[in-house]
Design a protein around this ligand. Structure first.
Ligand SMILES: [Zn+2]
Ligand SMILES: [Zn+2]
Length: 239
């Protein structure tokens, strides 16, 4: 095993160990477990590997009469909430057991990482594919690249890069805080309304056109500024 491959496996192992909802994982090559975790011993890791090999072989066997090649990705539902996901990547078999809401996402991220389809921070280049993120609403640890929390559905598309702390989207795009068009239009409209109203009142009270105009302008300006500065800030994800 090359040094680079060894580091990759360590990263995958730490990713799987730090996520909520993963009960068991094994990565095996040619039928032998090379990494495994979540309180699994060697014997159980070998049993899971044997099960995964059997599942892949069974799918090939089951489909051979209709000239299909069998599946490289098999999901077995153990009960309503728990699945076993087996993914074959050449000589490697990836087996993950856990909550059905997180297992397929996790499998996809590992596949992207192995295939070098990495999501990176657009500012500092930090690799995000195997990064773990804590949902601010339910507190579950989920993949950083998820745009919504698989557990509570909370929108987590915009978040800080763990390294440079800049705001980015879950798929690695820059995010800017911009004033919405509605806020700009509203501030102009409300500002004009306030200017006319205040101008009219102070003209009536003072019976003077210059005083009415000046107070109207000042009031309109203040109202427009307050609305513009306080309302309508929104995040915009760059293309
Ligand atoms: Zn959540
Ligand atoms: Zn960054």
């Amino acid at each position: 095993m090359s040094r680079e491959e060894h580091e990759d496996l360590n990263k995958i192992q730490s990713f799987l160990s730090n996520l909520d909802g993963i009960q068991v994982f094994v990565i095996s090559r040619d039928g032998f477990p090379i990494i495994f975790g979540r309180e699994l011993d060697q014997e159980s890791a070998e049993a899971y590997t044997a099960l995964s090999v059997d599942l892949i072989l069974a799918s090939q066997e089951a489909l051979k009469d209709i000239n299909e090649h069998g599946s490289k990705n098999i999901i077995v539902e153990l009960d309503k909430n728990v699945v076993i996901n087996v993914h074959q990547l050449n000589s490697i078999l990836l087996t993950i057991k856990g909550d059905r809401r997180i297992v397929p996402i996790t499998d996809k991220n590992i596949l992207n990482y192995i295939n070098k389809n990495n999501i990176k921070c657009p500012y500092c280049g930090y690799e995000l594919t195997l990064e773990v993120y804590k949902c601010p609403k339910c507190g579950k640890r989920i993949p950083f690249t998820s745009s919504t929390c698989p557990y509570c559905g909370y929108n987590v598309n915009i978040k800080q890069c763990p390294k440079c702390k800049k705001l980015i989207s879950s798929d690695g795009r820059k995010v800017k805080l911009v004033r919405s068009r509605e806020a700009r239009e509203l501030s102009i409209l409300e500002g004009l309304t306030a200017a006319v109203a205040t101008g009219a009142v102070s003209f009536i009270l003072s019976n003077s056109v210059p005083i009415g105009a000046i107070t109207g302008l000042i009031a309109g300006g203040i109202v427009a500024y307050l609305i513009y500065s306080r309302a309508g800030l929104e995040y915009k994800i760059e293309d």
